[in-house]
Ligand binder design. Structure first.
Ligand code: ADP
Length: 266
C-alpha cells in the first residue's frame, strides 16, 4: 500500500490538516516485475544465439575459412542460430499481437477430423523417423466447429511438436476430439514420453518457462509454444490444461465452445 499525505494550508492557521491517499500498488508492482522479467528473458534469449554467431564468424575470419570442412560446420551453426532467432522473434510478434488483441479471430467453419488428420500428416515424416505411432480419434457425432483455423492449427502444431520433442523413439502420440458436453469440444494431445516433474507443472504455461533449458534449446524450442497456445485458446473462449506424470507421459487438453450459429457445431 502506498500512502501519500497532502497538507491543507489555511492562511490564518498554517497547516490545518492533511489528506491521506491510500493506494494499493501490489498489482501495479507485480505487473512491473513481470514486465521486467520478460524483457530480461527476451534479451537473454537473443543474446545467446548472437554470442554464438559472433564467435563463429570470428573463428572463420581468423583462419577457419581456409579449412573448407571446418568452415562448413561453422556456417551450419551460424545458420541454425539465425533460424532460432527468427523463430523466437516470430513467436514474440505473435504473442504481442495476441496481447494487444490486435489479432482478430477469423472464424470459419472447420472439419474437425480433417484438421486433426492434417496436423498428424504435417508431422508424419518426423514421426516415422522416430518410429512413433500415432492415433487420431474423433468421437462419433462431431463434424464441424467455428474457429480461427490458422490459430488452432498453430496450437495443434505446438502441442504435437512438443509431444514429438519430448517422446523417445518408439513412443506413441494420440490426438483426440471428444464432446465435453453439448456446448463444448475437447481436444487432447497425449504422449507417453519423458513427462514433467510435479514441481514444474504450475509454471509450465509461463513465457520462457522450461523444465530443462538446455534440452529445450537443443530441440530448437523457444519456451513460448505453450504460452502462445494458451493465449489463442483464451481468445476462443476456451480453456487449456496440462497433466503429466514424470517418466509416463503428458496430456494437454483444450476446450473450444461449439457455436450453434451458422448451423455447424456438433
Ligand atoms: P519449448 O519451446 O521449450 O518446447 P513450450 O512452451 O512449448 O516451450 O513448453 C515449455 C516446456 O514444457 C518445455 O520446455 C518442456 O520442458 C515442457 N513440455 C511441454 N510439452 C511437453 C511434453 N509433451 N512432454 C514433456 N515436457 C513438455
Amino acid at each position: 500500500i502506498r500512502v501519500t499525505f497532502t497538507p491543507i494550508h489555511r492562511r490564518e492557521f498554517g497547516i490545518a490538516g492533511s489528506i491521506a491517499v491510500l493506494q494499493d500498488v501490489t498489482e501495479q508492482e507485480e505487473l512491473e516485475a513481470s514486465r521486467r522479467e520478460f524483457v530480461a528473458n527476451v534479451s537473454h534469449e537473443l543474446r545467446t544465439p548472437l554470442t554464438t554467431i559472433k564467435s563463429y564468424t570470428e573463428a572463420l575470419n581468423d583462419g577457419a575459412l581456409e579449412e573448407p570442412q571446418l568452415a562448413h560446420r561453422f556456417v551450419d551453426v551460424i545458420q541454425n542460430e539465425t533460424e532460432r532467432m527468427i523463430r523466437l522473434v516470430t513467436d514474440l510478434l505473435h504473442l504481442s499481437r495476441l496481447d494487444s488483441k490486435e489479432a482478430r479471430l477469423r472464424i470459419r467453419s472447420s472439419d474437425v477430423m480433417e484438421m486433426l488428420e492434417e496436423v498428424a500428416d504435417r508431422f508424419s515424416f518426423q514421426m516415422k523417423q522416430k518410429k512413433i505411432r500415432r492415433k487420431v480419434f474423433v468421437e462419433h457425432g462431431i463434424s464441424h466447429i467455428s474457429i480461427d483455423r490458422d490459430q488452432i492449427d498453430q496450437v495443434l502444431d505446438n502441442l504435437v511438436s512438443n509431444a514429438l520433442k519430448y517422446t523417445p523413439e518408439g513412443g506413441k502420440i494420440d490426438i483426440e476430439a471428444r464432446l465435453q458436453d453439448e456446448h463444448t469440444l475437447s481436444i487432447s494431445v497425449q504422449d507417453d514420453g519423458i513427462g514433467i516433474p510435479k514441481k514444474d507443472l504450475d509454471r509450465i504455461f509461463e513465457r520462457f518457462y522450461r523444465v530443462d533449458k538446455a534440452r529445450s534449446r537443443n530441440m530448437g524450442g523457444t519456451g513460448l509454444g505453450l504460452s502462445i497456445a494458451q493465449e489463442i485458446i483464451k481468445a476462443h473462449g476456451g480453456h487449456i490444461e496440462l497433466q503429466s506424470e514424470l517418466g509416463q507421459g503428458t496430456r494437454v487438453t483444450f476446450t473450444l465452445p461449439l457455436r450453434s450459429e451458422g448451423g455447424d457445431g456438433s
